[in-house]
Design a binder for this molecule. Structure first.
Ligand code: NDP
Length: 419
């Protein structure tokens, strides 16, 4: 019995909302609120025939704290699930603080305008002190710790697949398989084919910012930063096959390094085909990935936002994407004094996801854990006050829920490793 306010109605949100409606016992009432309310209404109409969850909709500009506060005060949810963009994380957290309501998200904060001088000064200091230069990091949200505690509310950060499930896999590996974990390689493989020369699987702006940034990994207590796409490996993924993958900076490395200081090395690899990389390099070289406004005939245009308008909407890739994803973690460490290596992963089929919820597997693998994270919070299975990453809680009920709600996982105790 709970009431959840969901902000955003894009690719990920549409899966999470569909899953909440399959789980009506927990989510008795939901409100879908977004900038474009027609999308929320269309989804409500599609879902309400087959669910007992009571769905309402609202229009909200999540950049505006007062609008959010008014909506939260009128709807009175137990929690707010933020499935808008990372740009809105802080305004939604501010609104949750003011109204004393729990907060849940899937991605850490980054600013929309990376040329904003106030943000840039803090960013440049962080780059020097921390040693990595991605636009996103957890410092902004971890800074809410004391205020969330004082308000007696819970903030659950990063309950997508990666971060999210990969972080819970780490907590599960530590709880059930290791005395100490020494290294983690997170492998994100998309073996899907959508037939377009170039498209991204989730929000293009966020995706292209992430993959065009320098790569980095955690080793012996500090960050090692490398030029974008300069470390490449091949891996033979179960149920997908041999793929090229590249080392990227990724946000769960930061929280895992903080929460598991015993881990000496944490790396993240994502698979990319040559066509994707060639298109991205070309777009970057001509300035189309710039995140600062350019004035054209008196109108300010941010190149990467303009590019987003030209590219296929990830929410429309479902019917045409075939193949599978395989996302998981290879853990190396010690158990009872002996070396041990395990690989925990999930395989997801794009077409099966489309048949079930009308979306491709990338939205599915993020939307299902978003629903599960919200379920952990509203049922009180995960509780506390302050701001937490998912690996800080008991992984068992979450792992059980992954099996039940469409993301079954496998533990391979004799996997191939990544050099
Ligand atoms: P989409 O672009 O498809 O959807 C974003 C939604 O947010 C849209 O409905 C959009 O509204 C809405 N929105 C944007 N700005 C505002 C605003 N100011 N006020 C209200 N609503 C707003 O993105 P995705 O669904 O692909 O991604 C959603 C989130 O999931 C992102 O934060 C992304 O980083 C994260 N993610 C996390 C992953 C993980 O594994 N942890 C993997 C993939 C994504 P409108 O329709 O008007 O544009």
């Amino acid at each position: 019995m709970s009431r959840l306010l969901i902000i955003g109605c894009g690719g990920v949100a549409q899966v999470a909302i569909t899953k909440c409606c399959q789980n009506s016992e927990v989510f008795t009432e939901i409100c879908i609120a977004s900038r474009t309310v027609s999308k929320c209404e269309a989804l409500k109409e599609k879902l309400e025939k087959n669910t007992t969850t009571k769905i309402t909709t609202a229009k909200v500009d999540a950049d505006n704290v007062d609008e959010l506060v008014a909506l939260i005060e009128s709807y009175k949810p137990e929690a707010v699930l933020n499935l808008a963009l990372p740009y809105q994380d802080l305004t939604i957290m501010d609104a949750c603080l003011k109204t004393k309501v729990n907060y849940i998200d899937t991605a850490n904060y980054e600013p929309e305008d990376t040329e904003d001088p106030e943000w840039k000064a803090i960013y440049e200091k962080r780059c020097k002190e921390a040693g990595f230069s991605a636009y996103f990091d957890y410092s902004w949200q971890w800074a809410y710790q004391d205020r969330f505690k004082e308000a007696n509310i819970l903030g659950l950060l990063g309950t997508g697949f990666d971060p999210g499930v990969t972080s819970v896999f780490t907590a599960y590996a530590k709880k059930h398989y290791f005395d100490t974990i020494e290294s983690v390689d997170i492998l994100d493989c998309n073996g899907g084919d959508h037939g377009y020369p170039f498209a991204t699987n989730f929000n293009p702006e966020i995706n292209l910012r992430e993959v065009s940034a320098p790569g980095s990994y955690w080793e012996d207590g500090h960050w090692v930063e490398i030029p974008a796409m300069s470390i490449k490996r091949e891996y033979d993924f179960p149920e997908v096959g041999m793929k090229d993958m590249y080392l990227l900076h990724h946000e769960e490395i930061e929280s895992l390094a903080k929460n598991y200081p015993e881990i000496k090395r944490i790396r993240f690899f994502m698979t990319f085909g040559q066509s994707y990389l060639t298109h991205m390099k070309c777009l970057e070289n001509v300035g189309m990935l710039r995140t600062d406004p350019v004035n054209i005939n008196g109108v300010d245009i941010v190149p990467i936002q303009f590019l987003k308008e030209l590219l296929p909407d990830p929410a429309t890739l479902g019917p045409r994407t075939v193949g599978k994803t395989n996302i998981g973690c290879i853990f190396k460490g010690k158990k009872d004094g002996k070396d041990k290596t395990i690989y925990i992963y999930n395989v997801c089929d794009h077409q099966e996801c489309y048949k079930e919820v009308g979306s491709q597997a990338i939205s599915y693998t993020t939307g299902v854990p978003a629903m599960i994270g919200a379920m952990m919070v509203v049922t009180g299975k995960w509780n506390g006050t302050g701001v937490f990453n998912v690996e800080e809680f008991d992984p068992d009920p979450y792992m059980e829920a992954l099996n039940k709600w469409g993301l079954p996982w496998v533990v391979d105790e004799n996997p191939a490793i990544v050099e």
